[in-house]
Design a protein. Structure first.
Lengths: 116, 114
């Protein structure tokens, strides 16, 4: 079974600091990778996704992530965070079995707090 | 257009009772997923429907959990004889079911078993 590891459970940063959240997955076959965000009191929203092609993907709100196949990693980055980025961030992977895509496997999440 | 909707938003039930949770996917989305979000376990995949095909039940935690999808649209997740460990937020997501497989999530149903 595949698994997803997020390195940091809680991260506290000041506004304008740079952000990098680590994500590693275990599956060796074809995968698609996602980062979802859950703002306080809101439902899960897609930040960005990787399916194929350029391993550096850009998402909403200035976020980007880099897929490094050799390291089984898909780290999330943002050069300058804002107070409004305070949220829970989830890395997820979807694998493909013979019948099609399976459900998403999520990491445990990283709780990001941005201090003004 | 409307997003994924779920009802009820909150449900409090007594241990041993049955509950039904409803999900209405985005119109035209053929794939529907149920997940559970709890403090101890994080986000767990429960079950997946693709069109009218038999669902993938591999993630259901016990035989007390079942789900159905009528007419390829609305889905109901049923938990029989609820236990306290069933307390969680139950999330539904839908996707077009094509190669993108991007899933759109609903607001969830918060289930509390007392």
């Amino acid at each position: 079974a595949q698994s997803v590891s997020q390195h940091n459970h809680h991260v506290i940063l000041s506004e304008a600091a740079s952000l990098e959240l680590g994500c590693n997955y275990s599956y060796g076959g074809t995968v698609n990778l996602f980062w979802y965000v859950q703002y306080p009191g809101q439902h899960l929203q897609l930040l960005l996704k990787y399916f194929s092609g350029d391993p550096l993907v850009k998402g909403i709100k200035g976020f980007e992530a880099e897929f490094i196949k050799s390291k089984f990693s898909f780290n999330l980055r943002k050069p300058s965070v804002q107070w409004s980025d305070t949220a829970e961030y989830f890395c997820a992977v979807i694998s493909y079995s013979g019948g099609g895509a399976d459900g998403l496997t999520f990491g445990k999440g990283t709780h990001l707090i941005i201090q003004p | 257009g409307a997003g994924v909707s779920q009802s009820p938003s909150n449900k409090v039930t007594e241990k041993g009772k049955d509950v039904e949770l409803r999900c209405d996917p985005i119109s035209g989305h053929t794939a529907l997923y149920w997940y559970r979000q709890s403090l101890g376990q994080g986000l767990e995949f429960l079950i997946y429907f693709q069109g009218n095909s038999a669902p993938d039940k591999s993630g259901l935690p016990s035989d007390r959990f079942s789900a159905e999808r009528t007419g390829g649209s609305v889905s109901t997740l049923t938990i029989q004889r609820t236990q306290q460990e069933d307390s969680a937020v139950y999330l539904c997501a839908s996707s077009t079911g094509t190669t993108s497989y991007e899933q759109y999530f609903g607001p969830g149903t918060r289930l509390t078993v007392t």
